[in-house]
Design a binder for this molecule. Structure first.
Ligand SMILES: [Zn+2]
Length: 473
């Protein structure tokens, strides 16, 4: 009895009137995006997502790397590998925003905070009401749709190969690839590096793909846009799909413009996704990705349908000379020795390093993004796994609190990554070098400098002997 009593008296909320279920429902129904706007976080739209600076006051970033996805009503921080700020309702967003965390003990505070921010009147079970000074806005739960997944890797591969073979290679891109990045002509062809077509160039490509019956729906990067009757369009009627109800036409368009494509392969040699190196704008590298907002977007001119998200898969990069004879559908480990594998970030970096080291590289964005790498290296029976991310990702710019914190987060992710690899019974090493010698592994190798290898289990360091790299016990 005493215990029970103590429990009640310790919990103030239980003695005071409870917030009504009606109010809790109304607060929960506030979309995260609406709350972020009301809190002054200034979300910027990028495709189907919105970017904001991390709501966690303990996490400062240089770029807005927290994503809000209104269709799913979720938010997730990816800055510096992610600080843990994420959730699927406005209460969690509010908790991270105001308290740098979300826990059950913050529930009442967050309900009240969201209500206050959004101008929702709080009703209590005993009938009392806590008014809001702001004008009241009634929120109804938003319908959450599941995304249609992309087509299978096999279909996507067939569509991308056909598409890339029809894309031009523009002079400025050829110059960059051959002169600056030192690719050979046949390497550009093997990798299938191609320029993004202009809208005029896209029309005959679309015609060919349609004639050959390649499906563009739910292939990441392609989606249909709507052209109302009376709008001027370069597309001939036979390449469009009539919509009598909406009075207009649907036509497939690529989501990229001005830049070139870099194919991303899976371990079976399928071209599963495309990266785009953009001529202008930031960031320079983006995914060729599309979306379907036809159920949520009210402005018909902004509707894109039958698109699919690229996600961010691992890029499997063998030495480029192997690509022409790598039969699509064959696991790379059945074709090439995968005893030693290197993980890094960046497409050109991976291709150039794989070629110079005659090893397989796995490209994944950021050290925190390793989950997809694990099943691949396990199946390949990798013996030695090397982590070789850019030195500017591991080093801190200065001794400011922010930089120290950022570096700590990255090292924690790195430790986690190494531990997971170690658990698979694979020896794991970190390659480091002097940042003044090179930023990335490719530049270091091109400068014929050698990385220092750190055994992450023992802490032993030694200079890498590139000639002995392939000999593992
Ligand atoms: Zn964060």
């Amino acid at each position: 009895v005493f215990f029970y009593f103590q429990n009640i008296t310790n919990n103030k909320e239980d003695i005071m009137a409870r917030i009504s279920q009606e109010t809790i429902e109304e607060v929960r129904a506030v979309p995260i995006l609406d709350l972020a706007i009301a809190l002054g976080d200034n979300p910027k739209r990028t495709g189907k997502q919105y970017q904001v600076f991390c709501p966690n006051p303990n996490h400062s970033e240089n770029t807005p790397d927290t994503y809000i996805e209104p269709n799913k009503n979720i938010f997730n921080c990816f800055g510096g590998g992610g600080c843990g700020a994420k959730g699927n309702d406005s209460l969690r967003y509010y908790g991270w925003h105001e308290h740098g965390e979300y826990e059950n003990k913050l529930f009442v505070k967050c309900v009240k905070g969201v209500a206050e921010t959004m101008g929702i009147t709080i009703k209590y079970d005993d009938g009392s009401v806590e008014g809001s000074k702001k004008p009241k806005k009634k929120y109804k739960p938003r319908e959450i749709f599941n995304e249609t997944p992309a087509q299978s890797d096999k279909v996507v591969d067939q569509v991308y190969r056909a598409f890339l073979s029809l894309c031009p290679i523009k002079e400025n891109h050829a110059r960059e690839l051959l002169m600056e990045r030192k690719y050979q002509k046949d390497e550009v062809m093997s990798i299938q590096l191609r320029s993004v077509p202009t809208m005029q160039e896209w029309i005959p490509i679309l015609r060919t793909l349609r004639n050959k019956k390649y499906p563009l729906e739910f292939v990441p990067g392609f989606s249909q846009r709507f052209i109302p009757d009376g709008y001027e369009t370069p597309f001939p009627v036979e390449l469009m799909q009539r919509d009598d109800e909406r009075k207009g036409y649907w036509v497939f368009v690529p989501s990229a413009s001005a830049g070139y494509f870099i194919p991303v392969r899976n371990e079976f040699g399928h071209i599963v996704r495309l990266r785009v190196r953009r001529d202008t704008g930031s960031p320079k590298y983006i995914w060729f990705s599309s979306y379907d907002n036809s159920r949520t977007e009210e402005n018909i001119l902004k509707v894109r349908r039958k698109g699919a998200s690229s996600g961010a898969p691992v890029n499997v990069v063998p030495p480029v000379s192997l690509i022409p004879n790598w039969e699509v559908g064959t696991d790379l480990c059945d074709y090439f020795k995968t005893d030693v594998v290197i993980a890094t970030e960046g497409e050109h970096k991976s291709y150039i390093s794989a070629k110079l080291l005659k090893l397989v590289l796995l490209g994944a964005p950021g050290v925190g993004n390793f989950k997809e790498i694990l099943p691949i290296i396990q199946r390949w029976e990798v013996k030695k796994f090397i982590i070789a991310y850019d030195m500017d990702a591991l080093n801190r710019k200065d001794d400011s609190e922010k930089e120290v914190k950022k570096q700590k987060t990255i090292f924690e992710k790195l430790k986690e990554f190494a531990l997971e690899v170690h658990k698979l019974g694979i020896d794991v090493y970190l390659w480091t070098w002097n940042i003044s010698d090179a930023k990335g592994l490719d530049d270091l190798l091109l400068a014929t400098k050698t990385p220092v290898e750190v055994n992450l289990r023992t802490g032993d360091k030694k200079l890498v002997n590139l000639k002995e790299l392939h000999n593992v016990a």
